[in-house]
Unconditional design. Structure first.
Length: 291
């Protein structure tokens, strides 16, 4: 099947106070997984969390970033996804050893963290809760049931080639135009198969699920991979560590090497580069490489 473009579609049920979103990630998701040797089970979990981050960022209409994190003390130490308001995403994970078992078993004693970073001087918001649920979908729905005023349902799927998700949200209304609409629409959504979510174009998927409903599908919004790391940001981090610590690293290793955990870009600072950091001058990236 021909690959679909990376895109988010919004849709609206004309005769009911219900809205929805469907996201499909193709090249952007492969860019994430190709930069690290993630085990298949980790790819699936990361893909589901990435699709969810795009759906929620679009729902919130952010002027900044949404960051979703699953933190644990088991084999999986961290899953983190960042998605901006204009739907640019990046993701990474940390793990140890072989990965076997359910998500709660892999994460162990863990927690779910959601951060809203407005990037505009406004105060960031962070919510932290214990992990509740056997899947990424269940964890997110448990969190939203406690924090959201609007009823929301999620469906997520991912493999090494793509990630996808669908969100339905019940909107507030003054008078009920269709008292059974939410129950009916969510029950039909529950019939959605994993392969359909991953493979079908949005228009065809909605026709299969809701051919008896009046659904308005809006134009697609593109989604892309983007990592905001830079040599200047790494230099700022080195300056925060302090000259004494950097000099110690230089004495031991002859240079400072920093890998971006998201895009796997390698930033290299030799002794001259490192000295320039503390004079507010960053040397050009002649020695940086990408793996």
């Amino acid at each position: 099947m021909k690959s679909q473009p990376d895109a988010l579609h919004r849709f609206l049920f004309e005769n009911a106070a219900i809205r929805g979103e469907r996201v499909h990630l193709d090249a952007s998701w492969r860019t994430v997984v190709e930069r690290h040797d993630y085990p298949p089970v980790l790819q699936q979990l990361m893909g589901e969390l990435t699709a969810a981050a795009v759906l929620l960022a679009a729902t919130l209409k952010l002027q900044g970033s949404l960051i979703l994190q699953i933190q644990g003390k088991g084999a999986i130490k961290l899953l983190v996804v960042e998605c901006t308001g204009d739907l640019q995403l990046r993701a990474t994970a940390k793990w140890e050893g072989e990965l076997h078992g359910t998500l709660p078993q892999l994460v162990g004693d863990g927690r779910f963290v959601i951060t809203l970073d407005p990037k505009s001087g406004a105060q960031a918001y962070q919510g932290i809760v214990a992990l509740e649920g056997e899947t990424v979908t269940e964890i997110l729905q448990h969190y939203m049931s406690r924090s959201e005023q609007l009823e929301t349902r999620l469906w997520l799927a991912a493999d090494e080639n793509g990630a996808a998700g669908m969100l339905l949200q019940k909107l507030p209304e003054q008078e009920s135009r269709d008292a059974d609409a939410w129950t009916r629409v969510t029950k039909l959504g529950a019939t959605l198969q994993r392969d359909e979510l991953l493979q079908l174009p949005t228009a065809e998927l909605l026709r299969r699920l809701y051919h008896e409903e009046n659904v308005r599908l809006f134009d697609a919004q593109p989604v892309s991979f983007h990592c905001g790391c830079s040599r200047e940001k790494v230099a700022t981090m080195l300056k925060m560590l302090g000259r004494e610590e950097i000099d110690g690293i230089l004495l031991e290793q002859g240079g400072v090497e920093i890998h971006c955990e998201f895009c796997n870009h390698l930033y290299v600072f030799d002794p001259v580069d490192a000295a320039l950091v503390f004079t507010d001058t960053v040397a050009p990236a002649v020695s940086d490489t990408r793996h």
